[in-house]
Structures are given as structure tokens and as C-alpha cells.
Design a protein around this ligand. Structure first.
Ligand code: FE2
Length: 354
């Protein structure tokens, strides 16, 4: 408890420090306010109203201006590659530790040295070399038809490899980062041979060729095309929270379970995180922004629309997310999702998972 208070205090100090530096009253009188205003350029793979509200709060609190550019993670990466040393990006926000690793692997990021961030973010949810930090969590699980299965029949990833699931599984393509990260953890825990065997069994049990995104897999269950689907928790939650009655019906006619790998192993958790670009120069402002995302307010807004799970356990769950069954995260360090990514794709290819 004491440690937590210290952590939050140091995060507040960080933000306060930036607010103090950028107080217009302290800038030389010949500077216009616009010139004195610090700018942080954010490349984000997200597109949510609650993020925009959060950015506005940071601007209000610190006096800095956020220039936010939104695009898919791979498009942002290609843009940064093309921009090279001239990239205006200071911060990247992207989903999946495996995706953040790609920015680092491409030489586009630099490590953050921050005791406050290190204290706030559990060790397994930040890169061990400081190149990215988690700011929200998500869990990959199984959506299913409750008329066909009960949760105890889907309690492990191994259950999807069993013969009774023949012709029952819907899942997206193996090149999708969520699947690559899941496979990367399988490799880390059980070795390449077991991981490939699992993937081969999943392919044998597929109801159709991999296609679409996670939401499409849940819709396919409701449409009777399959009875189990591998999806991240928030896609199922968002269908239930949708204004569309049809979406609500899809969610109501399906259930969601968070499997372990084997009984007692813990579950596959991933993050949305931030990385500091190599071209960022105002590291104090970057750190303050990261710290802001890890305040109670930051956590509430970063998860409000996405229906992710807060990284700080003290933050209440966003509306509707309490429908996700409680689970115990595995103790795998998320570095593994990047380190094993190429092997994961190779084994998926060998298994015939398109
Ligand atoms: Fe997603």
C-alpha cells in the first residue's frame, strides 16, 4: 500500500513538473504563448473518443499540445521507417506487445529510464530493456455457443485441440499479431514441438478457412457457422455494449471463457502500450505523458471505450467488462511475444494455419 502511494505520488510529481515548466507566466515575455507551448507528437493505432478526452485533459493539465496521428500499427511503422531521422513522432501507442516489439526491432524506439514508470507497471508488462511500457491489459480467450458447450469444457487452450471440436472452431489468420503472441507464449512454455502440434490440431478442427477479425468470429458463432472462436475479451464485451440490437443479440447468444494453457498455468494476457521513438527529444514530457496514462484518470479513460482492463488493479473496470470471468494471468514475461514471433509464424505455416 505504501509503495502504491509513493508510486502515484511520483507520477503526480512528474506531471506537475511539466505543468510548472510550461506555465505561460514563467516564459520570457517576448515569446508568444504558441511558441512556448511544447508539442508532443503521438502516433496511435487507436481511434476512440475516450482517448481524445484523455489527451485534452493532459493538454489542460500540462499546457503542452498533443499532435495525434492515427493509423494502423503496421502503417505507422512504415511511415516512421520512411520518415527516418526526420520523423516528428515522439510516442507510439499500439496494441499488443508483439506489435510494440516490431517498432523496437526496426530500430525506431529508445528505452525509457523511469523509476516512476517502473514502479507503476508490473515487470512482465514492460519491456525488460525499457523500449515499451504497458498502459492497459487485454486477455485472449474463447467465445462459444453455450447451448453447445459449458465453460468447464473450454477451460484450457488444449481443449480446442480435442477431437470433439472437429469442424467447430472459427479463428482469424495466423499472421494476425494476437495469434502470433498467443503462439509465442505457447512456444515459450511448452516448446516448439508441442506448439506446432497444437496449431495442427486447431487447423484440423477449423469450421472454415481463417478470415475476418475477432468480431467476425463471434458473429459466425451466432450465425451457426461454428461453436467456438478464439477472440480477445473486448470484442465480445463491445458487441454487448453496442447500440445495435443485432450486435447485442450476438453477444447475448454467446458466452466467453478465459482459458489457461493447462490447468493451473494462468492465462494469456497482452497489453496496449507505449514506446518512445528514437527521434523524441523532450523525454521529460514523454515520461509525463506516460505517467498520465497510469494515473487513475488515465486508466479510466484509456479503457473506457476499448473495454480493455486497467493496468492498475486499483482502477475500476470499465462498464460491462465485469462480464469477463475472473482469471489469473500467467507469469510469462511479454518480451517473449516479440522474441518468439518469427518462430510462431514459421510453426503456424508448418501447421497449415493460413
Ligand atoms: Fe483489437
Amino acid at each position: 500500500m505504501i509503495k502504491k502511494i509513493q508510486t502515484l505520488t511520483s507520477l503526480s510529481l512528474l506531471i506537475g513538473a511539466v505543468a510548472a515548466c510550461s506555465n505561460p507566466a514563467e516564459t520570457p515575455s517576448e515569446d508568444t504563448e504558441a511558441e512556448a507551448r511544447k508539442v508532443l507528437t503521438i502516433y496511435s493505432s487507436r481511434h476512440y473518443d475516450s482517448d481524445k478526452a484523455l489527451y485534452a485533459m493532459f493538454e489542460e493539465e500540462t499546457g503542452a499540445r498533443l499532435d495525434v496521428r492515427e493509423a494502423g500499427a503496421s502503417q505507422l511503422l512504415e511511415t516512421m521507417r520512411a520518415e527516418g531521422d526526420q520523423s516528428p513522432a515522439d510516442v507510439v501507442i499500439a496494441a499488443d506487445a508483439g506489435s510494440l516489439w516490431r517498432f523496437k526491432d526496426a530500430g525506431l524506439t529508445q528505452p525509457i529510464e523511469s523509476d516512476a514508470l517502473n514502479a507503476a507497471v508490473p515487470e512482465s508488462y514492460r519491456a525488460s530493456d525499457g523500449h515499451w511500457y504497458g498502459v492497459a491489459r487485454r486477455v485472449r480467450g474463447i467465445a462459444y455457443d453455450p447451448a453447445r458447450w459449458n465453460a468447464s469444457e473450454l477451460s484450457t487452450w488444449e481443449t480446442l485441440a480435442q477431437e470433439d471440436k472437429a469442424g467447430e472452431i472459427c479463428v482469424r489468420s495466423s499472421s494476425n499479431i494476437y495469434n502470433l503472441s498467443l503462439m509465442s507464449e505457447l512456444i515459450d512454455r511448452y516448446g516448439e514441438e508441442a506448439a506446432q502440434d497444437w496449431a495442427t490440431a486447431i487447423v484440423a478442427n477449423m469450421a472454415r478457412n481463417p478470415q475476418g477479425g475477432d468480431t467476425d468470429q463471434i458473429r459466425a458463432i451466432a450465425a451457426g457457422e461454428c461453436s467456438v472462436a478464439i477472440v480477445n475479451h473486448y470484442y465480445w464485451i463491445r458487441l454487448g455494449a453496442s447500440e445495435s440490437e443485432a450486435d447485442q443479440q450476438v453477444a447475448a447468444s454467446t458466452s466467453f471463457v478465459v482459458p489457461e494453457f493447462v490447468e493451473g498455468s494462468g492465462s494469456h494476457v497482452n497489453i496496449t502500450g507505449i514506446a518512445v521513438t528514437k527521434t523524441a527529444d523532450d523525454l521529460e514530457l514523454v515520461e509525463a505523458f506516460a505517467a498520465f496514462l497510469l494515473t487513475e484518470t488515465g486508466q479510466a479513460y484509456i479503457t473506457r471505450d476499448t473495454k480493455e482492463l486497467p493496468l492498475l488493479a486499483s482502477t475500476p473496470l470499465p462498464e460491462g467488462v465485469d462480464k469477463v470471468p475472473t482469471f489469473r494471468p500467467s507469469d510469462t514475461h511479454l518480451d517473449v511475444y516479440g522474441e518468439n514471433q518469427a518462430d510462431a509464424q514459421r510453426l503456424f505455416d508448418l501447421a497449415g494455419w493460413n
